[in-house]
Ligand binder design. Structure first.
Ligand code: SF4
Length: 290
């Protein structure tokens, strides 16, 4: 019911309100924006760019090259073009440089007990932390939207991983993690973010990652979309339920961390997931293969 311009403005304003409500980013802060080159992250970069003068933010676009042949190159080109157009510094770190292998190589062995995205996500989160440190930012904004949020909430329940639900707290701050992560789109539907990208004429990556349909998340996404069609508003109800659960779930152990014995980064068990999975890759994969 809104014209193109009013719709765009409504998304920028909604994002601004979310950032303010949860004190996600402070005035005059240097902010890393995680940009994959897809519609969500490029929309976020544009919205943050529109807000930056008002809040005196300095923005840096942070991209990760996982090393997926035929997929990531196009996305990175879109990320670079957008950063150049908006006058934002762009930093790219690759799995190959950070870990010694590409995602294609790392996933090329049988017997893995984690889905590709869970596996990749461990390395990607660390890569973003490394990029943030390199760029000198203490806060990174990611483009997770309301759909991503409710999917993660439901997946944590389905995995029996209740402790991780605390991680979804939008205002959660833990001094043991060097980089604050914020989700300015967390109150906006995925569909609306996509529409923002189209309404803004933002070119984005259209090819999907070849590994994306392997995990439970795809099934949860389909299920939630189906429920939303049958019962409009259900995603929003689940989103509010997630926030309520978090505010009532105050386990002191919810996100307790100890330094990893190998790399010293925060971990829940004394060995972080990056070091554990890296050791598995080196054990199972011949990394001299291209
Ligand atoms: Fe990694 Fe999954 Fe994203 Fe592909 S879709 S880049 S495997 S997180």
């Amino acid at each position: 019911m809104l014209c193109r311009r009013c719709f765009r403005d409504s998304i920028v304003e909604k994002t601004r309100r979310t950032i303010s409500k949860y004190s996600m980013v402070h005035h005059a802060e240097k902010v890393g924006v995680a940009v994959s080159g897809g519609k969500d992250s490029l929309s976020l970069l544009h919205v943050m760019s529109e807000l930056r003068t008002q809040y005196a933010w300095e923005l840096v676009a942070l991209s990760v090259d996982e090393g997926v042949q035929g997929y990531r190159d196009e996305a990175l080109a879109h990320a670079k073009a957008a950063a150049d157009k908006l006058g934002v510094e762009h930093l790219v770190l690759s799995y190959k440089d950070l870990y010694g292998f590409s995602l294609d190589q790392a996933l090329g062995w049988d017997g893995r007990d984690t889905s590709s995205c869970s596996f990749c996500g461990v390395f990607r989160r660390r890569a973003i932390d490394e990029a943030a440190a390199k760029a000198g930012v203490a806060v990174v904004a990611t483009a997770h939207n309301l759909d991503d949020y409710v999917q993660t909430f439901l997946m944590n329940l389905l995995h029996g991983d209740v402790g991780r639900i605390g991680w979804l707290d939008p205002s959660y701050k833990d001094g043991s993690f060097p980089v604050r992560r914020v989700k300015p789109f967390m109150e906006i539907y995925e569909e609306e973010v996509a529409l923002f990208a189209y309404a803004s004429g933002i070119p984005f990556q259209t090819v999907s990652c070849p590994y994306m349909h392997e995990g439970l998340r795809s099934e949860v996404r389909d299920y939630l979309n189906e429920m939303e069609v049958k019962h409009p508003g259900m995603k929003n109800v689940l989103f509010r339920s997630g926030l309520d659960v978090i505010s009532n779930y105050n386990s002191p152990d919810a996100r307790k961390s100890v330094p990893c014995s190998k790399c010293g980064k925060p971990s829940s068990t004394g060995l972080c997931s990056v070091c554990r999975l890296k050791a598995e890759v080196h054990q199972h994969v011949n990394l001299t293969d291209p």
